[in-house]
Design a protein around this ligand. Sequence first.
Ligand SMILES: [Zn+2]
Length: 63
Amino acid sequence: MPKNAANDAKRNIYITRQQSLQLGLSFYIGEKPCKGCGYKKPVRYVQSCNCVNCQSMRYKGEG
Ligand SMILES: [Zn+2]
């Protein structure tokens, strides 16, 4: 088994918004770092594109 297979498998856990839409998922992994929270691979809502982490922090702030 080639060593690269492990790296490919790791990459495949990330899913684009297009793929999530096609699969009917609610979340996807952003390809670009989030400006709000600084996460390099932020989880985002497919519908709104909002970062889940930023949105949860916002809710906490409003209490
Ligand atoms: Zn964020």
